[in-house]
Design a protein around this ligand. Sequence first.
Ligand code: SF4
Length: 453
Amino acid sequence: MKNIIEKYNVPGPRYTSYPTVPFWKSPVLNVSDWLKTISHNSSVFQTNGMSLYIHLPYCESLCTFCGCHKRITKNHAVEEPYIDAVIKEWELYKKEFNFTPDIKELHFGGGTPTFFAPDELIRLVKAIFNSNSIDPEHAELSFEAHPNNTSQEHLEKLHTFGFRRLSLGIQDYSPTVQQAINRIQPFEEVKKVHELAKNTGYKSISHDLVFGLPKQKMEDIIDTVTKTLELRPDRIALYSYAHVPWIKGNGQRGYDESDLPQDSEKRALYEKAKAMLEAEGYIEIGMDHFALEHDDLAIAFKNKNLHRNFMGYTTQNTNFLLGLGMSAISDSWFGFAQNEKKTEEYMKIVNKGIIPIFRGHILSEIDLEIRRYILDLMCHFETEFNTESKNIKLHSDIKNRLKEMVKDELVIINGNKVSITEKGIPFVRNCCMAFDQDLADSLERKNMFSKTI
Ligand code: SF4
């Protein structure tokens, strides 16, 4: 296994979209072209509903491992004008829709959503839904909660509105690792928030862990998973630390490359955590997620309804994800668009009454075909070539690129069907890379992506 890991541990995308962001072909996407991709599919959105992602970018302090779009401040006066801008952005979109938006899923991500006062968050959702509460059977509402600043009031007010799911950012419980990443949060604090959420009535609590962090050792991952199992969250995300200092600058340069577990040493951390979680009844879902059997994510995985978009894995497959807020990415199935990444600039553009996208991509026929294959692989570890496709050469090119993985018993090709073997699951991103025509056409992948393992 050691040699195989070294062989396949190359820079590669995480495939929350295809084409991946560095290969979008419209650096400046025209707003009306973007809106056309939405109206083009409006009858589907009218029937299936839509998903909303809202990016809330502020954090009180910088975690040095962080790859998110965020603004660090302790000044809470920023909350009100930012929420006003997001509401305004939503109003701009509503004027353009030629269908009645039926929101099936809403997620607050960040940044730190719980940086915002509970009443500001409630003001936002009331304006979005135009209602004082939402039936949790109709729409799945969730938020990312920072254990250090999530209050009982946050939990209660959001629960009363209709939120039933939250994810707690944990990373690792080792004080040495926490110091290296500048994120000090003792287990007792996390336990307190977890139990408060449980007692308030949240039905799905997720813990986000990270492997491959600076100074993280095998005993740290064992201790972190042992403590996590004590609380038994419904879902666990076990993300690979993405070391991309050329993108994220100084924050990730606060420690040395030699502080990072590499290749097989890094993978061993994941394998250990996986074995511990599976022994306690967790099911591995797609790439880097686990869930207990009763959780909707595990049910969707079993029933092959799992979907993946810019929010990660999701049980709602609406085909339309609208991202609001600075840097948020939207996906209308036929197009992608990303909002302005500087917070003040984002607010300025929205306040002028303009939809604040700054880049995007309109999917071609071949993009749509490849996107389907990659989505299947990321969600179900298998896919089947479309025999009615006009792109038959694409199929033979992909099969050629998969030869090495077939030889290494990571992938099986049977006629038009491509399946990832048990041994091949850690290399799902590598398998998707064989389907990625943009990557095949590109010679410059070194400094675009983090490594696959
Ligand atoms: S990890 Fe979360 S809390 Fe820390 S800086 Fe990044 S977005 Fe903010």
